[in-house]
Design a protein around this ligand. Structure first.
Ligand code: GLY
Length: 355
């Protein structure tokens, strides 16, 4: 698969990942290379990754706990201590080998350590391949509020080896698929339809679809890297989706949702709001609801849950001047940003989702 050129870096695929990385290590004269893994990728991905590295440079492995609950400043502090203890300096490189938590957090760790050292993302989950590792967003959660602390800072390269997906549980594949479906919804109706028709998530077509999803996201990021306008489209489904995800993470009585599961619910709700505010057709709305429900089912939320989730909307990063701003669909393939929505429509969206 062809490499994709982004703002200041390239995204490489499969065998080319390793030839490019080896050449980059050879050319760059790093003092030390740190590989950040979590407890899962340490076991399932690191051996394969290391077997492809030809450099004889000093490598140090730093492991963090797996899971969204560990996407915190405390974890960053632990890693900063490890970097210091292991003589990391401004000429060190961090390679983030993992899913979205590792690439977001590891990118932030690198961006702040000694005022910024270079880093490379090696996404191992579908979600991180098609979304998190591409586009320079780095950061951590604040309490359970998602991604409140962070910076936009681009990695030196992104290496997408789809063989890592072979070890990924089915629910993690579904989680990543939600972001791919979102790319179709906001930018490309044809891509959406083809993705809906994809019979199995382990099919050979999947690789092409991953490449296409990254291309869609990358084009948006290139035009608006700092999210002043168009990039906000990538947040379709995320205003309500992030609030649902944060709420479930913080509530012992509810099942913790993977990111894609939460934004699938958010996309149904925000598609409903889109029909009332942005002209999305009723047919498109039914198609979106039916598609997401057939893959992700329904998260059961009580009236109390709903009120608490709505309360969390005030932390959304797209808000300004105390107003919640949504990215909504005008049609499948076309998205409008900065839409302000009446409270009653948000209530109706929860009711529509529940049926
Ligand atoms: N995940 C949305 C973005 O990168 O803008």
């Amino acid at each position: 698969m062809e490499s994709i050129q982004s703002t200041s870096y390239s995204i490489h695929f499969n065998a080319k990942c390793y030839s490019e990385l080896n050449a980059y290590l050879e050319a760059s004269n790093f003092s030390k290379v740190f590989i950040v893994v979590d407890s899962n990728t340490h076991i399932h991905c690191l051996p394969k990754f290391l077997s492809n590295i030809e450099s004889d440079m000093a490598l140090e492995i730093i492991e963090m706990e797996a899971g969204e609950r560990h996407k915190t400043l405390e974890t960053c502090t632990q890693i900063w201590h490890s970097l210091s203890d292991l003589d990391g300096d401004r000429k060190s490189l961090i390679i983030n080998l993992g899913g979205g938590v590792v690439t977001d957090l590891g990118g932030f760790v690198a961006s702040a350590f000694k005022r910024g050292i270079r880093f490379v993302n090696v996404p191992t989950s579908l979600l991180s391949m098609v979304d998190a590792s591409v586009g320079g967003k780095t950061g951590v959660d604040l309490g359970t509020i998602k991604n409140q602390i962070g910076v936009i800072n681009f990695s030196d390269m992104v290496l997408v080896d789809t063989a890592f997906l072979d070890t990924l549980p089915a629910e993690e594949m579904r989680s990543g698929l939600a972001e791919m479906l979102k790319h179709g919804l906001i930018k490309d109706a044809n891509y959406w339809s083809r993705l809906c028709d994809l019979k199995a998530l382990d099919s050979s077509d999947l690789e092409e679809m991953i490449h296409e999803s990254i291309t869609i996201k990358n084009e948006v990021v290139k035009r608006d890297p700092n999210e002043h306008g168009e990039r906000k489209q990538l947040n379709f489904g995320h205003t309500l989706g992030h609030a649902i995800e944060s709420y479930c993470l913080d509530n012992e009585n509810l099942q913790t949702l993977l990111h894609g599961e939460a934004i699938a619910a958010g996309m149904i709700m925000e598609a409903y709001i889109s029909t009332k505010t942005c002209g999305l057709s009723e047919d498109a709305l039914s198609e979106i609801k039916q598609t997401f429900k057939s893959i992700y089912g329904t998260v059961v939320l009580s009236e109390n849950d709903k009120s608490s989730i709505i309360e969390l909307l005030r932390y959304d990063k797209k808000n300004s001047h105390g107003q919640v701003k949504y990215a909504l669909l005008e049609s499948i393939g076309s998205c409008r940003v900065d839409v302000i929505v009446e409270d009653k429509l948000v209530d109706e969206a929860f009711a529509y989702y529940a049926t």
